[in-house]
Design a protein around this ligand. Structure first.
Ligand SMILES: Cc1cc2nc3c(=O)[nH]c(=O)nc-3n(C[C@H](O)[C@H](O)[C@H](O)COP(=O)(O)OP(=O)(O)OC[C@H]3O[C@@H](n4cnc5c(N)ncnc54)[C@H](O)[C@@H]3O)c2cc1C
Length: 498
């Protein structure tokens, strides 16, 4: 046997699993196989997702139950970032809020906070009115009818994350351990069950392993179905694009979810690495590919679509929904040059009313494809992530918020995988928690509560945030958002969010 465990896919899911198994279990040999020449080149790349660490606090498309599930996942990753990235190279921390506009939305947001349990679940969440919103995000209030009611729920946990860099960090951490091997630029072409495990065939030779974890994004379902698993599922690939503008927001501003719409409402975010760039999106366009802009993945889509009466009936049922259908059609228009940005403009104006079409441009080359799961038995869209557990093998299909919950998924997968392996292996979950959620700032911690200032970024330990950005350890942020006692301006990114 070449190795105990093979992980297929080096996005944030595969990388976080590699980190967890190699650092916190006594499994001897772990191999990661990734088809691209670098890790996290697909959905986990920073240009391809919204860079938000989803806690469930400002995502009004989540139920309380879902928020409760997602929260721990986000705290695990936030703790890891606090521990390993004090200089904020992989992440920044900014204001994050969900904005209600008008009487009806304000009443809805108030009920969510006071009556539906969100205020209790998220003690750092704080209702703020027009004046405080204007202090934090002047452009959100500028040009808005003064008679329109405004309310926002604001939190200092506005982590903006380059999930690609985090995946790289997980892999680097793992490589410090013996028995870890990483094969980049190596495509898995087939997985077969053998008498004592699996044969994983690649374009660079075969590997044998006792257990396999498939973390290949949309392709995970394709691998599963080729092995006879997940036959009751199909995929609706939903591409998300973004529009860019200059410096409109200091942090993240989400809008209230339109009822019954499965995809998150458009939000505005400053970029993790360049706070002067504000992103709006993502859009939601149904596409027949598993990866953005890769025509070669049309046949992969055909595989997971299945062409069965059940999959046709499921698609028809999902897409004929009277809320979803017009939304899907509208989203097709957003990618049309020139016309698209005019059609998209009202979404941006909901966040920043004074924006004009000339202020925004489609972010060329940005965006990914969310593998939304279709339950072909129920003939309905299942908005969550999916985990298929087979005999000695598991498959993860990870639409949003799969990046936020990567470490929580890794805990569950590690337990499952140890159960697949011969011998008495153990997982030091206490040490794993110390290295991750153990350093997540709580409300009692001054830094955590640490209000982001007017520029939307909050300060890291030992710093004073002057202009809305939180500063990294040992630094002071000056009014212009640069580090006052350090010449390395990169340590502080002004005004970003996802
Ligand atoms: C527009 C958009 C916005 C999003 N915003 C957010 C957000 O703000 N916050 C959040 O938490 N989540 C967000 N998500 C979701 C998030 O991006 C994904 O959940 C996450 O990146 C999934 O990570 P992954 O590692 O499972 O998949 P991926 O990052 O897609 O990685 C899968 C890897 O498997 C590799 N692979 C595939 N096939 C093979 C093969 N045959 N052999 C070897 N390797 C293979 C691929 O090359 C790839 O590197 C967003 C997604 C989109 C599309």
């Amino acid at each position: 046997m070449d190795t105990d465990l093979i992980i297929i896919g080096g996005g944030i899911s595969g990388a976080s699993l590699l980190y967890t198994v190699s650092k916190f279990t006594d499994v001897d040999d772990v191999t990661l196989i990734e088809k691209e020449r670098e890790v996290a080149a697909v959905n986990s790349h920073h240009t391809n997702n919204s860079q938000t660490l989803h806690f469930g606090d400002i995502e009004t498309n989540y139920t309380l139950e879902k928020a409760d599930e997602v929260k721990e996942g986000a705290e695990l990753l936030a703790g890891y970032l606090e521990a390993v990235d004090p200089d904020r190279e992989m992440h920044s921390k900014r204001n994050k809020m969900v904005l209600a506009v008008g009487e009806e939305e304000v009443a809805e947001l108030e009920a969510r906070y006071h009556d539906e349990g969100f205020g209790e679940l998220f003690p750092k969440l704080e209702p703020i009115g027009r004046e405080e919103i204007a202090e934090l995000e002047p452009k959100v209030v500028e040009g808005r009818d003064p008679d329109t009611e405004l309310l926002a729920l604001r939190t200092p946990d506005g982590y903006v994350v380059d999930y690609g860099m985090v995946a790289g960090s997980f892999v680097d951490d793992a490589r410090e351990e013996d028995g870890v091997s990483v094969h980049l630029g190596t495509t898995v072409t087939n997985v077969d069950e053998t008498d004592d495990g699996f044969r994983v065939e690649t374009d660079d030779g075969d590997f044998a392993a006792e257990a396999v974890a498939v973390a290949a994004g949309s392709h995970s379902l394709q691998f599963a179905q080729e092995m006879g698993y997940g036959e009751d599922k199909s995929l609706l690939p939903v591409a998300g694009s973004f529009f860019l503008a200059d410096d409109l927001l200091n942090g993240k501003v989400y809008t209230l979810q339109m009822k019954k719409l499965p995809f998150a409402a458009v939000h505005g975010d400053a970029d993790v690495h360049d706070g002067s760039v504000t992103r709006f999106g993502p859009t939601a366009k149904v596409v027949p590919t598993l990866e953005r802009g890769r025509v070669s993945t049309v046949t992969d889509f055909a595989d997971v679509f299945g062409f069965t009466p059940a999959s046709f009936a499921s698609y028809a049922n999902v897409l004929s929904d009277r809320i979803l259908f017009p939304y899907v059609v509208r989203n097709l228009v957003y990618d049309v040059p020139e016309v698209g940005k005019r059609a998209f403009l009202p979404n941006v104006q909901k966040v920043v009313p004074t924006v004009e079409a000339s202020d925004i441009d489609r972010a060329s080359g940005y965006g990914g494809v969310r593998p939304q799961i279709v339950d072909t038995d129920a003939k309905a869209l299942d908005m969550g992530e999916a985990k298929i557990t087979g005999d000695g093998i598991l498959f993860n299909i990870t639409p949003s918020p799969g990046a936020s919950t990567c470490l929580k998924n890794a805990i569950a997968d590690t337990h499952t995988l140890l159960g697949f392996l011969d011998g008495d292996h153990s997982f030091d979950e206490a040490a794993f928690r110390d290295a991750t959620i153990g350093t997540f700032p709580r409300l009692s911690d001054d830094t955590a509560a640490g209000a982001a200032d007017a520029d939307g970024e909050t300060a890291a330990e030992g710093e004073t945030a002057a202009e809305g950005e939180t500063a990294a350890e040992g630094e002071t942020v000056a009014e212009d958002g640069t580090a006052a006692d350090d010449t390395d301006d990169d340590a502080v990114v002004p005004g970003a969010r996802d």
